[in-house]
Design a protein around this ligand. Structure first.
Ligand SMILES: Nc1ncnc2c1ncn2[C@@H]1O[C@H](COP(=O)(O)OP(=O)(O)OP(=O)(O)O)[C@@H](O)[C@H]1O
Ligand SMILES: [Mg+2]
Length: 757
């Protein structure tokens, strides 16, 4: 099991302006691989890549310096009621001891030696302070050798350097980790992840890369080979895609099981596992031996959160034949990753199966929306805003966003795809970027920014590529923007080649964290994580994924709850999106109950965690109620995820799965009526409700305006086409001010032939 479920985090180089997370090389460290989870591989050929220390990561992401994390232990000398009185103590008082010690601490050679022993500036100061306290404490009984050394320094002018050995021994008691530093560095050496998978390393794998744009038949062909094989595993990026491959494979007469984080389904039953398995990429077992493996959307290697799962699947899947499907931008990186194990890649290039055109016209106004349009934005709030505006025009769109349960997503997709259903417009977040087969004719980008940054071109290509899907009603796809002014930006983005992937996600394994903890038995899990981050080293082409941020957050929440390390770790990697207090409270309650040794039953969940008076809950009447139900769905999903890992403590998987199915249906009805929910909010009767509705409408409007402004700013400031924008504005301003003749001269001077664009 890997450490992370999914970070821009510790090291993000050359991506999205995260250069603040740059690391610096480690001057010297072990060149040995510590096979914590696997045996070192004799086939390893390449020289060890350069190491990097992780530095400069924000504190809330576990990026503290090692020296800031470790705490000094208090070490006191034995005490006597009365001070010793002998030859060696005579004339040696606290002041003379303190003077000798201060002189010692000022010596550069002492600092240098201390640094060589793992005591950087901060630790040195702390250790020295503790040593001084120890030596000058009232009635302290110093060991004879130290006492003699002090005597010689003070009375016989011996050098203060002689104190170093005593100081170092003391420092090791104050900071026990310094003795284990080399081991800690070896354990947290993440530079050679290909050596973590002994099963895969016993096979000389054949690697086939199906490279091409979206909608070019890559997955189709790889799955064909998967089904022909005697045994196989499909690793998909989403539950819905894993489910699709599972259903389709069984339909075609090849028995196939399915595993996702929350669910296991069998073609026959758990006693008769099938030879074929469809799973989400995180769930791949690297000890399962198969003939053919398919790793879909391999370019996800670069994903901040989940990239580690693709890196792990690529290096760790134990298959004779590994089929990778994805963007050509990943080819060179795949070569680089497998080069140390002596494997090569065979590339098959694909062409798009149906054309995709960039429109010359923006949508400009929602009353120009047409059947087959999918309006795409990047936040749920903007979805609400757009849906509200469509509602005013009498259009009831299908709505898809990430928080919706799978059933609700599929039912919305089905409504939109059904030619007999009056719903033929879709409003969605980038949740449709991968996977769902949708009948989209035109993708309309409501904006091209996300958190004030222009979206990367590979993302725009993925989303745009959903239009004109092969085999759907629309043979040709169109991509456009809402604002006319953004068309140029869209062209720029889509026209640029996707830059080759230069850095991929990685994460430590549980076993590495566990081994780390053996050396630091006193450290809390949060401290353990911080320490791991601060000493671990990775090669230049890896970054550690961002889930560690979430993991650390969870670890803080349950820091005081008594749990064994493995249980705590598992709780901390559960896929709950914590952004509100209710979900955090549910998480902590579950951990507390677990810690008390009492079962987490259906009744307890419903009464104590979910706080539901009736089940299934009523159809939501307002947006707030809909969002509450979505949160409940996520909490039950977390239960299901945990119950697959701790079935003894969480025995009601089946009842909870039924409950989540019911909830999914209630949410489906809610989202189907989302337009009515807006309307209902205004007709609730009370003045207060009406006021709330008014405020909500104003908020939605604000959200929409903010998006438009953000887009305009990005166009002006960030794009290379900035100068074009200026030229246009000069011409625009000149119109009406200059004569036709002067305008012509100005146009020529600006190199502009006509009024196009
Ligand atoms: N040879 C084929 N025969 C019939 N249908 C096909 C064929 N190739 C592709 N398709 C269909 O075309 C659609 C797109 O194919 P596929 O999903 O394999 O594309 P892709 O390249 O993997 O796209 P993406 O990058 O978006 O995942 C699918 O519905 C698929 O079933
Ligand atoms: Mg595909």
């Amino acid at each position: 099991m890997s450490f992370l479920q999914g970070t821009s985090l510790w090291i993000r180089r050359g991506m999205g302006g995260s250069s603040k997370y740059l690391t610096r090389p480690l001057a010297s460290t072990s060149t040995q691989i510590l096979a914590v989870t696997s045996r070192p591989n004799s086939t390893t050929r390449s020289p060890k890549p350069p190491l990097r220390r992780i530095r400069g990561v924000p504190a809330d992401q576990g990026g503290l310096e090692f020296e800031d994390i470790v705490e000094a232990r208090v070490v006191r000398p034995p005490q006597l009621n009365k001070a010793l009185d002998n030859d060696f103590t005579e004339g040696i008082d606290q002041t003379s001891l303190a003077l000798a010690l201060d002189e010692f601490a000022r010596r550069p050679i002492v600092r240098q030696l201390a640094a060589d022993h793992g005591l950087g500036q901060k630790l040195f100061i702390k250790a020295f302070y503790s040593f001084k306290q120890y030596c000058v404490a009232q009635n302290a009984v110093l060991e004879p050798a130290l006492l003699v050394t002090f005597h010689d320094i003070i009375k016989r002018n011996h050098d203060v350097d002689r104190l170093y050995e005593f100081f170092l021994n003391h420092a090791k008691k104050v900071f026990p980790h310094i003795e284990a530093m080399n081991e800690l560095k070896m354990i947290s050496d993440l530079t050679q992840p290909h050596n973590w998978y002994p099963d895969a390393r016993t096979i000389q794998r054949k690697i086939i890369f199906h490279a091409g744009p979206t909608n070019s038949g890559k997955t189709h062909n790889a799955l064909k080979r998967f089904r022909e094989a005697k045994s196989g595993v499909y690793c998909g990026p989403l539950k819905l895609l894993a489910a699709e491959a599972f259903i389709r494979t069984n339909e075609l007469g090849v028995k196939c099981d399915m595993v996702t984080g929350e669910e296991r389904r069998f073609a026959v039953d758990s006693f008769h596992p099938s030879t074929h398995l469809s799973s989400t990429v995180e769930m791949l077992s690297t000890t399962m031996r198969v003939e053919v493996a398919v790793i879909d959307e391999i370019q996800m290697l670069r994903d901040e959160q989940r990239g580690w799962a693709w890196t792990r699947a690529l290096l760790g899947v134990a298959a004779d034949e590994v089929h990778l499907c994805g963007e050509p931008a990943a080819i060179d990186m795949v070569r680089k990753l497998i080069e140390p194990i002596g494997e090569t890649v065979e590339v098959f290039e694909y062409e798009r199966k149906s054309p995709l055109n960039i429109s010359k016209e923006g949508l400009r106004s929602f009353d120009r929306v047409e059947p087959g349009d999918a309006i795409v934005c990047f936040s749920k709030k903007v979805i609400y805003s757009i849906t509200r505006q469509l509602e005013k025009l009498g259009i009831k769109p299908a709505v898809i966003y990430g928080d919706l349960p799978p059933g609700a997503k599929l039912s919305q997709a089905a409504r939109f795809n059904d030619p007999d259903d009056p719903c033929n417009v879709l409003v969605s977040t980038d949740a449709i970027g991968m996977g769902l087969n949708l009948n989209i004719k035109r993708v309309v980008f409501a904006g091209l920014t996300r958190r004030s940054e222009l979206i990367p071109n590979y993302q725009a290509l993925q989303i745009g590529g959903r239009a004109g899907r092969f085999g759907t009603q629309y043979a040709e796809g169109v991509v456009t923007t809402f604002r006319q002014e953004d068309i140029g930006t869209l062209r720029d983005i889509l026209g640029k080649p996707v830059p080759p992937i230069e850095i991929v996600g990685i994460s430590p394994t549980y076993e590495q964290i566990e081994t780390f903890s053996f050396h630091l038995p006193q450290a809390s899990f949060v401290t353990l994580l911080d320490l791991f981050v601060s000493v671990c080293s990775v090669s230049d082409h890896f970054f550690i994924c961002s889930t560690v941020k979430q993991m650390r957050h969870f670890a803080e929440l349950i820091d005081r709850v008594a749990l064994p390390l493995k249980v705590r770790y598992t709780f901390c990697i559960c896929p709950l999106n914590v952004e509100d207090k209710k979900k955090e409270a549910a998480f902590v309650k579950m951990a507390n109950r677990f810690s008390s040794g009492q079962l987490l039953t259906y009744d307890w969940m419903m009464d104590t965690v979910m706080g539901c008076e009736e089940w299934p809950p009523a159809i939501p009447k307002t947006l707030a109620e809909l969002e509450e139900l979505e949160d409940l769905y996520e909490i039950i999903d977390t239960y299901l995820w945990l119950s697959l890992r701790f079935p003894d403590m969480m025995p009601d998987e089946e009842a909870m799965r039924t409950a989540n199915g019911q909830l999914d249906k209630v949410i489906q009805v809610g989202v189907e009526n989302i337009v009515d929910l807006f309307a209902a909010q205004g007709k609730e009767g009370s003045e207060q409700a009406k006021l709330r509705e008014k405020q909500q409408t104003a908020k939605d409007k604000e959200e929409w305006e903010k998006l438009q402004k953000e887009q305009a700013d990005v166009n002006d400031l960030k794009l290379p086409s900035k100068r074009k924008g200026k030229r246009r504005s000069i011409l625009d301003k000149a119109r009406g001010v200059l004569t036709e003749e002067e305008l012509k001269i100005l146009k020529e001077a600006l190199g502009k032939d006509d009024d196009e664009k």
